[in-house]
Structures are given as structure tokens and as C-alpha cells.
Design a protein around this ligand. Structure first.
Ligand code: SF4
Length: 364
């Protein structure tokens, strides 16, 4: 049920004939700069995967630093009782009390696991080049001053020790748009271009996605999904985020729920809010998330495009509802939406949500 740091495990670049990584492509409007908010170094997702070689090296620095995620069957970094990575330490030289990564500070960026170096970037090889996408479960991606992403800056995070670009996923020549129907990648890009332009122009993401939220599920209901999301609290920020979404799903489907839970990710958003004097429009933040989710082609291989749009429409409705709850609890509106996006993106990357996609049945 936990989400990994990247929705797909990074694969060494092994390019098929049609999919390639050059030229590198950045979605216009995508912006990011690390502001040390620190959320990415917590148990809001599995801190991994960590390869065997990386684990061997990290254990030299700290023999107890690597453990195993039973749920995902991958090696991961161990977290402290407060949920932070064991290498997330206070910078003793900085009077402001800043935290840093001890591995990076003492051994350099390349000593970190690839999953640490890459976050929040992802690289998807396509027939037209390598798409650089970003995860939005990080306030450094969703809040505050952020310069437009530059391809070569991102590429520095996406290479292996030999300087070779590593891909997270590969999309070949044809894409499944609905059950039984594939279209050429170039035709998909034409469709997507119109959707991205409408999102950038301020159209409601639900109109752009053009699929109703909460599609019919086979063998279970959305209330069942809500219960499943709430059933396995494991004491992590990720578990709490999924439980929040479960609460909201139940509320949307008429089941009374207990009062508000804690938000263990709050310190990172406190930091982000303090460095963001000019709040952004929550709806623009939501549109940016939807645009990047489309651009990431994350749905490819998991579901046809129409199912993916219904899934995304569902998560848009849930994000708005969660943001409303956070505002009602006194949270600033932009931060509330950033936290809601963090929750719905985490859910989308979880094993459970991937299984739910297979139960979606769209009307003919
Ligand atoms: S190793 Fe460093 S970058 Fe990776 S999770 Fe730990 S503190 Fe963060």
C-alpha cells in the first residue's frame, strides 16, 4: 500500500528502437527548486529503492542505515522515530537550525542512492525524446518562488555514476487510449497538447479531463476503497495521508467519519509557507499537478487513457475536498491545496490505487 519515492522503479537506460531520451523535453510552465523543506527525506514515502551496490556503500557510512520494505520487497533507507531518514541531521555550522543530508554533505551527491538524487524528477523515454516530469508531493515543487525547470539542470540529477541518463519508464510507439484501441504516440501528443493548453488557460481540470469522477468499480465500491485506505495505519506519514484520503472518500459517499487526524507532514509545509509570502492560486496549483501527471505518462502501462482520466478526475475532486477541510482547520488556502495534492499524488502512486485502477469500468 505504501508509495515508493518514484512511482516506477528506476531502470537502467535500455532503449528500444523507438523510445529515446534525447532531446530532453520539459513541460512549459513546470517550475522547481529545492528549498530544503525536507519532506522528501521522510516516511511520507518509501525512501528507496536502494540498489545492492548503494546499500553496501551506505552501510559503510552507517551499518544500520538500510532496511527492507516488506510491502514493496525493496531495500530502503531506515527512518528515525520522528519519520526522517537516518541521514537527515541538523547542520551544526548553521545557526538557523537547518537540516541537511549527511551523506551529501560528507561524501557528495553521487554517494546518495539514485532515488534520493532523482527526486522529484522523473525521466520518461518516448519516441520524441526524454520527458522530464516531476512529482508534486513535495512543497518545493508546489509552493513559493521556483524557476522554470531547465533540462540540463534536471539531467544532472538523472544520471548514473558514469554520467548516463537513467530512465524511469519507456513509452513506445502506440498508446492504449481506451479498451481495444491504440493510437500513435504523435496522435496522443496532439490530444495532450490541447489539454495542457486548456489547463494553462485556466479551464477547470474536470472539464479538461472529460471523464466523470468516481467511475463504476467492479466487485467493490468507493466506500470499500475508503475503508481499505484507512485500514492499515502503520505509524508513517504515508499511512496517515492514505487514511486522510480514506476518510474523505467515505465522507463523499455518505459515511460519517471521525474528527480530523494529525498531519505529520506539517513541519515541511510550515517551512514552505514561511518562505512563500505571495500565495499562489490553489486552482492553478491543482491544474499544474494535473498537467504534470498527464505529461509524466504515468498512466501508461497501468490503465487506458480514458480510465486514467477518470482516476485523475476522482483525485481532483478529492484534492479539492481535502483542501477545503484543511482551510476549515485554519490553513492558508495555497498551502491547503499543496497538502491535498501531496495526499492524492501519494495515493495515486500506492500499490492499492494501482489495483483499484483495474476495477474501473467506464460506461460504453
Ligand atoms: S540519504 Fe539524504 S537525501 Fe536520501 S533520504 Fe536520507 S537525508 Fe534525504
Amino acid at each position: 500500500m505504501r508509495a515508493t519515492r518514484s512511482a516506477a522503479l528506476p531502470l537502467l537506460a535500455c532503449l528500444a528502437l523507438s523510445a529515446r531520451v534525447r532531446p530532453l523535453l520539459v513541460r512549459p510552465g513546470a517550475r522547481f527548486a529545492c528549498a530544503d523543506d525536507g519532506l522528501c527525506c521522510t516516511d511520507m514515502h518509501v525512501l528507496g529503492p536502494v540498489s545492492r551496490t548503494e546499500a553496501r556503500r551506505l552501510r559503510v557510512i552507517d551499518p544500520e542505515s538500510v532496511t527492507r520494505s516488506e510491502a514493496l520487497d525493496v531495500a530502503m533507507l531506515r527512518t528515525k522515530p520522528d519519520g526522517h531518514c537516518t541521514f537527515h541531521v541538523r547542520d551544526e555550522a548553521d545557526p538557523s537550525g537547518r537540516f541537511l543530508c549527511a551523506v551529501h554533505a560528507e561524501h557528495g551527491a553521487m554517494a546518495k542512492a539514485a532515488s534520493c538524487r532523482r527526486f522529484p524528477y522523473r525521466l520518461i523515454a518516448t519516441p520524441m525524446g526524454g520527458r522530464i516530469a516531476t512529482e508534486h508531493r513535495c512543497p518545493c515543487r508546489t509552493m513559493g518562488e521556483r524557476p522554470p525547470i531547465e533540462a540540463e539542470v534536471a539531467a544532472a540529477s538523472l544520471v548514473d555514476a558514469q554520467g548516463k541518463l537513467m530512465v524511469d519508464a519507456r513509452v513506445e510507439q502506440f498508446l492504449l487510449v481506451t479498451k481495444g484501441k491504440r493510437i500513435a504516440f504523435s496522435s496522443y501528443v496532439d490530444l495532450e497538447r490541447v489539454m495542457l493548453a486548456r489547463l494553462a488557460a485556466g479551464h477547470d481540470p474536470l472539464d479538461v479531463l472529460a471523464q466523470p469522477p468516481f467511475p463504476r468499480l467492479s466487485e467493490l465500491t468507493w466506500s470499500d476503497v475508503g475503508h481499505l485506505l484507512r485500514q492499515r495505519p502503520d505509524g508513517t506519514a504515508c499511512g496517515e495521508a492514505l487514511a486522510w484520503l480514506g476518510d474523505e472518500l467515505l465522507r463523499q459517499h455518505g459515511t460519517p467519519i471521525r474528527p480530523l487526524r494529525g498531519r505529520p507532514w506539517s513541519p515541511s509545509f510550515d517551512h514552505a509557507e514561511a518562505r512563500t509570502p505571495e500565495p499562489e492560486s490553489p486552482e492553478a496549483m491543482l491544474a499544474d499537478f494535473v498537467a504534470d501527471t498527464l505529461w509524466s505518462l504515468d498512466w501508461h502501462g497501468r490503465a487506458p487513457f480514458d480510465v486514467a482520466r477518470a482516476d485523475l478526475a476522482t483525485r481532483v475532486v478529492l484534492a479539492r475536498a481535502l483542501a477545503e477541510s484543511f482551510v476549515a482547520a485554519g490553513t492558508r488556502a495555497d498551502r491547503a491545496m499543496a497538502e491535498a495534492i501531496h495526499v492524492v499524488e501519494l495515493a495515486g502512486a500506492s500499490v492499492l490505487w494501482g489495483a483499484i485502477l483495474k476495477h474501473i469500468r467506464l460506461a460504453a
